[in-house]
Design a protein around this ligand. Structure first.
Ligand SMILES: C[S@@+](CC[C@H](N)C(=O)[O-])C[C@H]1O[C@@H](n2cnc3c(N)ncnc32)[C@H](O)[C@@H]1O
Length: 244
């Protein structure tokens, strides 16, 4: 999650045992994310492991449906991985790819890795679990994720905007939301716990009744995004009448 303290000892061990570490570059806006990965490597590597940077293909959001665009994009990333791995390790070996948060949550690296297998590449995929952004959010605000015995929905801003709040849902974690989809809700009914740049030096937290702090979050988010050139944020919403 961008903070070396959040790597598990298992992740540190695997990085140290790799023959090469791949670090994606995602364009100038996110250059500091590639820098962060390099800084983390510098901090945790006890021996010299080559770090290979590569340009991540950019998703074409103008052609076809959203899913078609993602499919083409994943194919392009898999082709890039194949090329880079063959160049870096022509005789085989162990490649480490650093994933943001936990690889199982809103991350397609495992799906893309499976494309290597499907394309006939002889690879064994091994995943190390990581801390995920909603754990950092609940820890930063010192709140439980769920209500007593209650269920939790983890979803995206797009889903909340398009589908609304599902019947019976008490707690919702919203990720990947560039448009503050909480604005589509009846503000009086919810509390919100919001966090940006969690685990980093510039972490920002805000929480309270959605009716009181929704607009402040929108303004703060816009300001921070402008300041840094990028933002990663998420929030937890809870129905006020289910508060425990
Ligand atoms: C592509 S998903 C990756 C999620 C990641 N695999 C995880 O375990 O959290 C990116 C989304 O995760 C959330 N996120 C990731 N890192 C974050 C951070 N440091 N602070 C706040 N939100 C973060 C944001 O909602 C962002 O849009």
């Amino acid at each position: 999650m961008g903070n070396p303290d959040h790597l598990t000892t298992q992740a540190v061990r695997e990085l140290n045992q790799a023959d090469v570490i791949l670090v994606p570059k995602k364009g100038s806006d996110k250059a500091d994310l590639a820098d962060l990965r390099r800084q983390i490597c510098n901090k945790v590597l006890q021996q010299s492991v080559p770090i290979v940077e590569f340009d991540l293909p950019v998703r074409d959001s103008t052609s076809g449906t959203y899913l078609d665009g993602v499919n083409d994009w994943h194919a392009a990333i898999a082709a890039t991985w194949r090329r880079i791995i063959r160049q870096a390790l022509p005789d085989g070996g162990t490649v480490a790819l650093m994933i943001w948060g936990d690889p199982a949550l809103y991350d397609s690296s495992l799906r893309i890795a499976e494309r290597l297998l499907n394309a006939g590449m002889q690879v064994q995929i091994h995943m190390v679990p990581g801390l995920t952004s909603f754990q950092l959010l609940t820890a930063a605000h010192c709140i439980p994720l769920n209500t007593l015995g209650g269920a939790v929905m983890i979803t995206t801003g797009r889903n909340l905007r398009d589908e609304g709040w599902p019947e019976g849902c008490e707690t919702m974690v919203v990720m990947l939301d560039g448009g503050c989809a909480f604005q589509t809700l009846e503000a009086a009914d919810y509390n919100i716990w919001w966090g940006a740049y969690l685990g980093m030096d510039n972490q920002i937290l805000m929480s309270g009744a959605l009716a009181d702090c929704g607009n402040q979050i929108i303004a703060k988010r816009a300001q921070a995004r402008q300041e840094h050139g990028w933002i990663m944020d998420l929030y937890l919403l809870r129905k006020r009448d289910t508060e425990t």
